[in-house]
Design a binder for this molecule. Structure first.
Ligand code: ATP
Ligand code: MG
Length: 730
């Protein structure tokens, strides 16, 4: 493989399209100062991906586009065409054309065989073949002087680059960056974990406390429910007992009620009976009273009649004694008459008030009438003196009347006696009846009294039973209340149905023990102090997050360990590769140094930089007793040392072509010969393009190109393959 053609257009001083066609072997480019030779080297660097405008001797990428006083190109384009018949490049083309284009407005394009490509594609395609920036394919003008003065770490970087170590290093650096990020992540997670722990650890304790608390609560629940099941059972039994008792009481009450009804009925019967009898009794009593009254009345009448008999007998006797009535006022008779009149009027009033019997009344009235006329007579007598005849008449009349009345009264008395006898008989007939009834009634009354007592006793008995029923009812109410209370307590406290409770819990076998246990558990619960009921959930949530983060941390720690191991492996590999490369380069350096300084000795040594990195020191003894620091070497000497170093690099990292821009500028003839001998040796295998002003250099060229520039500032390729003609020009 070799660089076959360069096409330039608008690149730096190459305004119009210019083409350079190379051959394998040594090509030399010549031309006056400022004609554009170095621009050709720049154009190659540019296509190979040079990004720094400074390396291309500009201040911006726009500076590489052709521009003069008159005009300005809008585009710069350079193509490198490689002969790839040997397929050095990994593309199935005999010619590989790589193009880079840049626009004055900005933006640039790459092409591989006219297909758009990325810079990376181009770098990858070429770097494997030792072509590229940092691989010293192109040695720019003046660079050769700088090479001798490189710092140890810069030399080491060159070895890294040409040894392909850089890409390992950048991989390692990426891994290191990743490791850094992982470490940061771990730190961040550790901070988070620490922060979480601050809340999690107390929560863990709280959760444990809450768990213990709920365990005790559960124990209490179990114990209480067992206790209450047993309680409910005994209440239930008690209830049944009371119910049975109630039934018994009911039966007893019914019996007592029946008894009461029976007694009451009997009492009523007797009471009714006695009331009937009482009427009869009262009838007889009335009758007896009436009779007694009648007897009394008869007695009175009898007394009256007796007094009448008495009076008239007295009167009659009185009339019999007094035959002669005094001429003058006879006081005694008048007095007697006065008394008599009093007696008669008394009699009249008594008879008229007492006598109801017709005959007695009429009789009485007749007597009264007579008595009245008699009294009238007496009144007259008091006023005027009666005549004898008249007196006699009156006396006669009186006597007659008295004896009449006397006998009538005697008859009445006799009649009354008979009547009274009859009344007594009658009375004697009624009274026994009355007394008999009275006795009967009294017996019955005693019976009624006895029955009343019985009824009262039964009533009391009934009351007692009813009281007992009531008390029993109260007891049952109490049992009911207690059962209700227990049920409510269970439902309120544990939210359990009784069915569930009975199904899932066993009754306590020892109520006393249960009570002790319940109070102990309650005391224990009180002793817990404040409980965080959410602690467990909170703890689980936080613990979940903690575990998650911890898992992440572990993953990170694992990948950190992996990375560290990987980095360590890479470091070893890098170090091994570096040392290997270093050894080889050092060997080559010794060799090339000896060629360039036959009396001297050059050596590369490793040293440790202040930052711990390795550096490569260059020790040069150029002979002739000149063992001085590199900085004190002459320009040519420095160039030779650089060349030795460069060639030692080339020898271990072979590029298909090299470009040297006036690497030979500072060399005298002898040293130039030594340099050229090396170039010739190299050119046997690799293409070498030399930009030079040295005639000796031109002499070794297989092909020479001339570059010129006119007053318009435009470079031109004036000749190609002038090697044959070169002699003539010279
Ligand atoms: P020497 O032998 O002195 O090294 P050279 O042949 O290597 O000279 P170059 O450095 O290749 O010369 O070319 C420099 C010339 O290119 C300068 O004259 C400069 O003005 C010109 N040049 C550089 N960039 C541009 C540009 N963008 N447009 C026009 N001309 C440019
Ligand atoms: Mg130059």
């Amino acid at each position: 493989m070799y660089l076959k053609t360069i096409n330039l257009r608008g690149f730096k001083s190459f305004k119009s399209k210019s083409t350079l066609t190379f051959e394998p072997g040594i090509s030399v480019v010549v031309g006056p100062n400022g004609s554009g030779k170095s621009n050709i080297a720049d154009s190659i660097s540019w296509v190979l991906g040079e990004q720094s405008p400074k390396s291309l001797r500009g201040s911006s990428m726009g500076d590489i586009i052709f521009k003069n006083r008159q005009e300005e190109m809008g585009i710069a384009e350079v193509s490198l065409i490689f002969d790839n018949r040997d397929r050095t490049l990994d593309l199935d083309f005999s010619d590989v054309r790589i193009t880079r284009r840049v626009y004055s407005q900005g933006g640039s394009d790459y092409f591989i065989n006219s297909s758009p490509a990325r810079l990376m594609d181009i770098q990858e395609l070429l770097a494997d073949r030792g072509i590229g920036k940092g691989l010293y394919t192109i040695i720019n003008q003046g660079q050769i002087n700088e090479m001798a003065m490189l710092k140890p770490f810069e030399r080491r970087l060159i070895i890294d680059e040409v040894g392909g170590i850089s890409k390992h290093k950048s991989r390692r650096d990426r891994s290191l960056a990743k490791l850094g990020r992982v470490k940061q992540d771990i730190e961040r997670i550790e901070d988070l974990l620490e922060e979480i722990e601050r809340t999690m650890l107390p929560l863990e304790a709280e959760a444990a406390k809450a768990a213990k608390y709920s365990e005790v609560l559960n124990q209490l629940k179990k114990e209480e429910i067992s206790y209450y099941i047993q309680e409910l059972d005994s209440l239930n039994k008690n209830w049944k007992k009371k119910e049975d008792f109630d039934k018994a009481l009911g039966q007893k009450l019914e019996k007592t009620r029946q008894k009461l009804v029976l007694h009451s009925e009997r009492l009523n019967d007797y009471t009714d009976h006695i009331s009937d009898k009482m009427d009869e009794y009262r009838f007889w009593e009335n009758m007896a009273n009436k009779l007694q009254n009648e007897i009394g009345r008869l007695k009175n009448i009898e007394e009256l009649a007796a007094s009448k008999v008495n009076m008239f007998s007295t009167l009659a006797a009185m009339f019999d004694k007094t035959h002669d009535y005094p001429q003058k006022k006879d006081v005694s008779i008048y007095q007697r008459l006065k008394d008599l009149r009093m007696l008669v009027s008394k009699y009249i009033s008594r008879v008229s008030s007492l006598l109801s019997q017709k005959e007695i009344k009429e009789d009485g009235l007749q007597i009264n009438k007579r008595m009245e006329s008699l009294l009238e007579l007496f009144r007259k007598e008091e006023k005027e003196e009666l005549k004898k005849e008249e007196r006699k008449k009156i006396e006669k009349l009186l006597r007659k009347g008295c004896s009449n009345n006397f006998s009538k009264a005697k008859n009445l008395l006799a009649a009354l006696k008979v009547f009274k006898l009859r009344a007594d008989d009658l009375n004697n007939g009624v009274l026994p009846h009355f007394l008999e009834r009275k006795k009967e009634i009294e017996t019955e009354k005693a019976l009624i009294e006895e029955l009343g007592t019985k009824v009262n006793e039964t009533k009391m008995e009934k009351n007692n039973i009813e009281n007992e029923v009531y008390k029993n009812k109260l007891d049952r109410e109490q049992i009911k209340e207690k059962t209700k209370d227990i049920t409510k307590y269970i439902v309120d406290n544990y939210n359990l149905s009784i069915d569930y409770m009975l199904k899932n819990y066993r009754p306590s076998d020892d109520l006393k023990r249960s009570r002790t246990e319940i109070s102990r558990l309650k005391k224990q619960i009180k002793g817990f102090g404040p409980i965080n009921p959410n602690a467990s959930i909170e703890y689980k949530r936080i613990k979940g997050r903690y575990d998650f983060l911890n898992g992440q941390k572990n993953d990170l720690v694992q990948s950190k360990q992996k990375l560290e191991k990987m980095i360590k492996d890479m470091e070893t590999k890098i170090m091994d590769a570096f040392l290997d490369k270093f050894e080889k380069i050092n060997k080559s350096f010794n060799y090339y140094f000896k060629i360039l300084f036959p009396l001297g000795k050059g050596e590369l040594t490793l040293l440790k930089e202040d930052n711990g990195e390795l550096g490569v020191d260059l020790k040069a003894d150029i002979g002739n007793n000149k063992f001085v620091p590199l900085s004190l070497l002459s320009g040519g000497e420095k160039a030779l040392v650089s060349i030795a170093f460069l060639f030692s690099i080339f020898s271990t990292n072979i590029s298909p072509f090299y470009v040297f821009d006036e690497a030979d500028a500072a060399l005298d003839d002898i040293n130039l010969d030594r340099f050229l001998s090396l170039v010739v040796r190299f050119a046997k295998k690799q293409q070498v393009i030399l930009i030079t002003h040295q005639k000796k250099t031109m002499e070794i060229a297989d092909t020479i190109y001339g570059v010129s520039m006119q007053s318009d500032g435009v470079s031109k390729i004036v000749s190609e393959k002038i090697s044959e003609k070169y002699a003539k020009i010279d």
